[in-house]
Design a protein around this ligand. Structure first.
Ligand code: SF4
Length: 98
């Protein structure tokens, strides 16, 4: 599933730029109640996540351009603390709707 989601996002990004549609944005959230401070997200996407003094991750920006590194961080978080959605529609990007 992880690989399929990444491919889907890449396809979406390509379509967004090819047909002139408004650029997609992602809203990134970390559930600090779930985060166990592994640091994996900050390691794999250092431009998007950082650990704070309490060793909990936080997104460096509330919204970001679609990014395979951010998606990979969400997919590999061991406690599924990272969620991504479309800020304009609220549509979930990760985890995707089943
Ligand atoms: S990968 Fe998940 S558990 Fe680890 S620091 Fe990031 S949000 Fe927290």
């Amino acid at each position: 599933m992880a690989d399929g989601a990444a491919e889907g996002m890449a396809d979406g990004m390509a379509r967004g730029t090819a047909d002139g549609a408004a650029a997609e944005r992602w809203r990134v959230r970390v559930d600090r109640g779930l985060c166990v401070g592994s640091g994996m997200c900050a390691g794999s996407a250092p431009g998007a996540f950082a650990l704070d003094a309490g060793r909990r991750s936080r997104p460096l920006a509330e919204e970001t351009d679609p990014s395979e590194a951010v998606l990979a961080a969400a997919e590999t978080c061991p406690v599924e603390a990272i969620t991504i959605s479309r800020p304009d529609t609220g549509e979930p990007v990760f985890p995707p709707d089943e």
